[in-house]
Ligand binder design. Structure first.
Ligand code: COA
Length: 330
């Protein structure tokens, strides 16, 4: 039983990925790794790589056009654009402002949020709250990344994991029956050192890149991140389910952040979720950070993996650390 009024719903979904595919075999020619190692340790077979010279908002705009079309909403009617990314086009202005220009959302307020791989869930949570306030009606929530630009292509421990892409959702007031049943978001800044990119900000500004080049790439303590991801994503799932009067059996489709198949399997086991109710596409896209959930959601929708009235559970985890979940009645 839902114990909370439903205020907002997803009325359009969009996703777009670059054409260029980088396979595990390609990577094996770049660093000391193998297709077998990557597949068995991560579940990834290939990932997409953005075209040079293109910014994150380019791919986000393609995804946004698809979502707005499904929602039957002209871009001029958007009130807000929330763009979750850790790889914006520029340090400033925001990627959201570049996106606003590209799609012609001339009446919107546009800004970025930074919550790494949990960014899209943070965006949904924010949009749901804004719509529930009655102040805004039409919100575009975007998760898009070009992680290939911040990856150290000589570090086999990270370069095999990530990919580029964009996904988004149009959020509008609910019909009262379908929509965001509940969200849960949390962070723990004490663990910021386990997954980050130190360079480019105010501590290590771009002007110092030559002195400490290694700081200007994504860095990660893989094993520690793995351990926390399993626990915290499991907690986020449980919190949003129990907090809204549901359990795992009520969920028709579970869409976890696509980081590592072993993380996904461990969480699914904890939630007693059978394979056929867990959506996985990381074999084809790798970890696209904030884009991972909206790309998977868009794909699952078009493959008919859930239908009207189904309950879909979204759960993510990322640098910060940040983690969160959303329960959506479609
Ligand atoms: N190819 C071959 N060997 C590799 C490798 C690669 N791409 N990457 C690391 N290795 C090696 C290591 O150097 C290490 O070698 P050693 O034993 O000689 O020192 C060995 O494999 C084991 O490394 P380890 O880091 O313990 O492997 P792992 O089983 O933990 O797998 C990850 C590494 C990165 C796949 C795993 O820790 C992981 O997925 N972590 C979470 C990452 C993540 O999801 N981040 C984003 C969260 S949003």
């Amino acid at each position: 039983m839902e114990n909370r009024k439903i205020f907002s719903m997803i009325t359009g979904l969009g996703a777009f990925v670059p054409d260029k595919i980088l396979t595990n075999h390609d990577l094996a020619e770049m660093v000391d790794t193998s297709d077998e190692w990557i597949r068995t340790r991560t579940g990834i077979r290939e990932r997409r790589i953005a075209e040079s010279g293109k910014g994150t908002s380019f791919y986000a705009a393609k995804a946004a056009e698809i979502a707005l079309k499904q929602a039957n909403l002209p871009a001029e009617e958007l009130d807000i654009i929330i763009f979750a990314t850790v790889t914006p086009d520029m340090y400033f202005p925001s990627a959201a402002c570049f996106l606003q220009e590209k799609i012609g959302a001339v009446n919107a307020a546009a800004y970025d949020i930074s919550a790494a791989c949990t960014g899209f869930i943070y965006g949904l949570n924010l949009a749901d709250g804004m719509i529930s306030s009655g102040k805004y009606k039409n919100i575009l929530v975007v998760g898009a990344e070009i992680l290939s630009r911040i990856i150290n292509w000589n570090d086999r421990g990270t370069c095999v994991l990530f990919g580029d892409g964009a996904g988004c959702a149009v959020m509008q007031p609910s019909d009262g029956k379908r929509g965001i049943v509940g969200t849960f978001v949390k962070s723990d800044g004490r663990l910021n050192h386990l997954l980050n990119m130190p360079g480019g900000g105010s501590i290590y500004p771009p002007s110092e890149a030559k002195e400490n080049p290694e700081k200007y790439f994504l860095k990660m303590e893989g094993r520690e991140v793995f351990r926390h991801a399993v626990t915290l994503m499991g907690d986020a799932a449980t919190r949003v389910l129990q907090g809204n009067g549901f359990n795992g059996d009520d969920v028709n489709l579970f869409i976890p952040h696509q980081a590592n198949i072993r993380i996904i399997e461990a969480i699914a086991k904890r939630l007693h979720m059978p394979d056929d109710r867990v959506y996985v596409n990381l074999d084809r896209f790798g970890n696209t950070s904030s884009a991972s959930i909206p790309i998977a959601l868009h794909e699952a929708y078009h493959l008919g993996k859930f239908k009207e009235n189904d309950l879909v559970l979204l759960v993510a985890f990322g640098g910060g650390f940040t983690w969160g979940s959303a329960l959506v009645r479609f």
